[in-house]
Ligand binder design. Structure first.
Ligand code: GLN
Length: 476
């Protein structure tokens, strides 16, 4: 047996390694487990490390600690669920395991997926493997960091307002959020139920396609699950040109406030798409600027509803002798969770409901309509994923507004329920004094049920950029 380094390999390459007899599933599993153990003190990517196991017969995929698995502690990175061992299995993990993948540890996140930096985890912040003094993005912080650092070839995440796309961009990996209703929400601890979308972090677009075909599709346990089949046409992986593809570029996503380096990377990538034969079409999504306000009303409203069950009596931990639900919630839910629960209760209360929640729901329809009209003219839409590269841990301090504004490019597609893919396209300097070069990803959005087109375009672009993406994370 010749020792092999697997950290660079995609799922498909690892599969080939096993099929050709160059290594066993067990050796691959043990390799990634050793790496995960070695680097977890530095990166804090896992809340629960993968366990030592024998007779492994599949490839490892890490699981965000928000997916319930029978008998596996699932915390949502909250003290409230510190000892929660689910009696049931999420549909996504169940299908993934049935397809032969091995669940590999539970990854760190912002508590109950509320946040975009990983700093809101009750068990400590995940670090960015490109620079461990920086955030990896969030809320799926551990999944993104683990894939970027080569601790695992792929990971599950969830995306409610950007939680797969933004950390994928900041960690230089592929992130794929299928449209709302494609992956079942059953058994995934709920944040905002009209927005939550399970998805993937991978090394390649094709790996995301593989996991998508393994887990997505109708599930009777989720009332909002879509009926349409998810099978991908295998021909999309053979294509190398974008001839005939219409790519929309929304002017509102290129306004001031985005770092120059991020914008240059996206513009350069759009030119590359033109070289590959795409027709670039200027479009407008006029209600983009309302996205943040709408999201930060609807999301907390649904959060307030979903968090109400955690009181230490019916669900969750309690403080000592804790029959006082207010005391339990104050002690065991983090600041951001409490903030959203309060804001959400307010916007749903009599008198405020019409003024906030109802209005936000109406504007949400306008945002949906913007996309609907745009997709009459184009096949996909491309935009920056986030206005900046990864910032320093602690930089945004206790300013929730500063954090919310970072979600400006991801929340509109969430409100419209669209599929979104992020692939790495280059590097840009951070806006702080360090001017640190950090990864940048482009966001590729498709219409409802447009997953296949998004993956096809992403795959073609990925092939054409491969040779230019030569940098590696500090921890790799
Ligand atoms: N950063 C966004 C928020 O804080 C998105 C979170 C998510 O998608 N789970 O709500």
């Amino acid at each position: 047996f010749i020792f092999m380094e697997f950290k660079d390999f995609s799922l498909i390459e690892l599969d080939e390694v096993v099929r050709s007899g160059r290594a066993t599933y067990q050796e691959i599993y043990d390799y990634f487990r050793a790496r995960s153990e070695k680097y977890n003190d530095t990166l804090w990517a896992y809340i629960t490390l993968p366990e030592s196991k024998n007779e492994i017969s599949g490839l490892p995929v890490a699981v965000k600690d928000l997916f319930c698995e029978v008998g596996v502690r699932t915390t949502a990175a909250s003290k409230m669920l510190e000892n929660f061992v689910p009696p049931y299995e999420s549909t996504v993990t169940e299908r993934m395991k049935k397809s032969g993948f091995i669940a590999f540890g539970k990854t760190n996140l912002d508590e109950f997926a509320m946040g975009g930096s990983g700093e809101n985890s009750a068990f400590g912040a995940t670090k960015n493997p490109w620079d461990t003094t920086r955030i990896p993005g969030g809320s799926s912080s551990g999944s993104a960091a683990a894939v970027a650092a080569g601790l695992v070839p792929a990971a599950l995440g969830t995306d409610t307002g950007g939680s797969i796309r933004q950390p994928a961009s900041m960690c230089g990996v592929v992130g794929f959020k299928p449209g709302y209703g494609r992956n079942s929400r059953a058994g995934v601890i709920a944040m905002a139920s009209s927005l939550d979308c399970p998805g993937y972090f991978t090394k390649t677009v094709r790996d995301s396609g593989w996991l998508y075909e393994a887990t997505a599709g109708h599930d009777s346990k989720d009332a909002t699950s879509l009926m349409e089949p998810v099978k991908l046409n295998p021909d999309i992986w053979q294509k190398t040109r974008l001839d005939g593809v219409k790519v929309g570029v929304p002017q509102e996503y290129f306004a001031d406030g985005t770092d120059a380096g991020v914008r240059e990377n996206i513009e350069k990538t759009i030119e590359k798409m033109r070289d590959l034969g795409a027709e670039i079409v200027d479009i407008s999504l006029p209600h983009t600027k309302e996205g943040i306000s709408v999201y930060y009303i609807i999301c907390p409203a649904e959060v307030a509803t979903n968090m109400a069950r955690y009181d230490g009596l019916r669900f969750g931990e309690k403080v000592e002798n804790g029959n006082d639900i207010v005391a339990n919630r104050s002690a065991l839910l983090g600041k951001e969770v409490q903030r959203r629960s309060l804001v959400g209760s307010f916007v749903l209360s009599a008198g405020s409901y019409e003024e906030y929640y109802q209005k936000a729901s109406l504007v949400r329809e306008l945002i949906r309509d913007d996309f609907r009209k745009a997709f009459e003219k184009v096949d996909v839409i491309v935009t920056p994923t986030a206005p900046t590269v990864a910032w320093k841990i602690g930089e945004k301090g206790d300013d929730p507004m500063a954090a919310y504004l970072e979600d400006v490019f991801t929340v509109p597609a969430s409100l419209a329920g669209l599929p979104g893919l992020v692939i790495p396209v280059g590097y840009a300097a951070s806006s702080d004094v360090e001017k640190r070069e950090m990864p940048v990803g482009i966001q590729i959005l498709g219409p409802v049920l447009g997953e296949e087109k998004v993956l096809e375009v992403g795959h073609i672009l990925e092939q054409s950029l491969k040779d230019s993406l030569t940098k590696k994370p500090e921890i790799f």
